[in-house]
Design a protein around this ligand. Sequence first.
Ligand SMILES: [Fe+2]
Length: 125
Amino acid sequence: MNQTNISLEALNAIAEFQKIEITSAKIYASFAKRQKDEHNRKVLEQIAADEAQHAQIWKKYTNKEVKPCKLKVIFFRFLEMILGYTFVIKLLENGEYDGVANMEKLKKRNPRNCHNYQRRRKARA
Ligand SMILES: [Fe+2]
């Protein structure tokens, strides 16, 4: 992807989306490791793989590796131990929807930057 077509503001937002996705991937992977039920573990592993794939999509725009937020991973693992993974997954999903809302704001400023993201969202629904 040619970064010269993307504004610095959009690139920074996309890097943040990339970080959210890779952090979510790490969190889901950590939940999967602790999951004893085989079916649930496989589902969590698949979600982790999906999130990692989403981060890779954003990487096409940023052309850089973004590290997960370790503090957030530790925090969500702690919450999972106290509240259970079902509740914590709902929190994570809400975080992703915040990312979607941010993308909507970005789209209003520069619709071309959001085309692939919109297509991906529709495919996921
Ligand atoms: Fe995602």
